[in-house]
Design a protein around this ligand. Structure first.
Ligand code: IPE
Ligand code: IPE
Ligand code: MG
Length: 253
């Protein structure tokens, strides 16, 4: 394995890192195995990336585990994924708590088996005061669903005269989303260059990093490479490069 020259300590970490964990099925099929085998192997990458994100100083990590569109997959795969979620929560709850990782599940949970819904509630309650890093697992999540549920909640408050429609602004809507912080860096493994309805609103100004590495092969060093890429980006947010440089100089003084 090629070790990256940068140590985690010398890199500027994205505050909010989002990852589309793609390529499990192909990883397994390349080895002549069932797709589920790839999902199991992918769970190991999840553990590695959580640990390395903490080491890098990431404050919020959002992982796309199951999209609202993934219900269209064969039932055998969907059921296996549900079983893997249940198992992962059982196995990892203690270590998440011990490592100070506040864990939340983002998405419409109503369609999940009730055992899973209960476990999720317990895990969120258990880790609610942790403050080293927030880990969001997006499950039955869709960016459009997120914006829609935020809009519905605002409409309901407007109907009850809790909010005046003239006061509506982007901030108010963003506070109703399942996670508020803007994404700084979005990684997609597995070679595709699309967002697949992930954090649409929150990723409006995210730096995008696409890699052909399949998710089960994504390790600590691959994450460092993505953060190195992030460190080479100038985040202009609509301004000119000169304006950004001037601001940086002023901030440094
Ligand atoms: C990502 O891997 C995991 C989920 C969507 C649950 P895939 O299962 O999409 O793997 P590929 O893209 O078919 O290789
Ligand atoms: C996106 O992967 C969703 C997750 C990683 C959970 P998919 O493999 O489902 O994406 P598409 O459908 O190929 O875009
Ligand atoms: Mg895929």
């Amino acid at each position: 394995m090629q070790i990256s020259s940068n140590s985690p300590g010398s890199l500027k970490a994205p505050r909010h890192l989002a990852v589309i964990m793609d390529g499990n099925g192909r990883w397994a099929q390349l080895r002549g195995k069932q797709r589920v085998f790839g999902h199991k192997e992918g769970a190991k990458s999840v553990r590695r990336v959580i640990k390395q994100s903490v080491a890098l100083g990431v404050k919020e990590l959002t992982l796309f585990a199951f999209s609202s569109e993934n219900w269209k997959r064969p039932a055998i795969e969907v059921n296996a994924l549900m079983a893997l979620f249940v198992e992962a929560i059982k196995k990892e709850s203690k270590s998440l708590l011990e490592n100070g990782i506040k864990t939340k599940i983002l998405g419409d949970l109503s369609r999940f088996p009730s055992i899973l819904q209960n476990q999720i509630q317990k895990l969120e309650e258990l880790t609610k005061d942790c403050n080293v890093m927030t880990l969001n697992i997006a499950a039955n999540y869709g960016g459009r669903w997120d914006i829609l549920q935020a809009a519905k909640s605002l409409v309901s408050d407007i109907a009850q005269s809790k909010i005046n429609i003239n006061e509506l602004n982007e901030d108010l809507l963003s506070q109703r989303l399942s996670t508020v912080q803007n994404v700084d860096l979005m990684i997609r493994t597995g070679g595709e260059k699309r967002i697949s309805n992930f954090l649409l609103w929150q990723a409006a100004y995210a730096e995008l990093y696409f890699t052909d590495v399949l998710w089960p092969d994504f390790d600590e060093n691959e994450l460092i490479k993505a953060v190195e890429f992030y460190n080479t980006r100038e985040r202009r947010f609509g301004q000119t490069s000169e304006q950004v440089k001037l601001k940086d100089t002023n901030n440094a003084n």
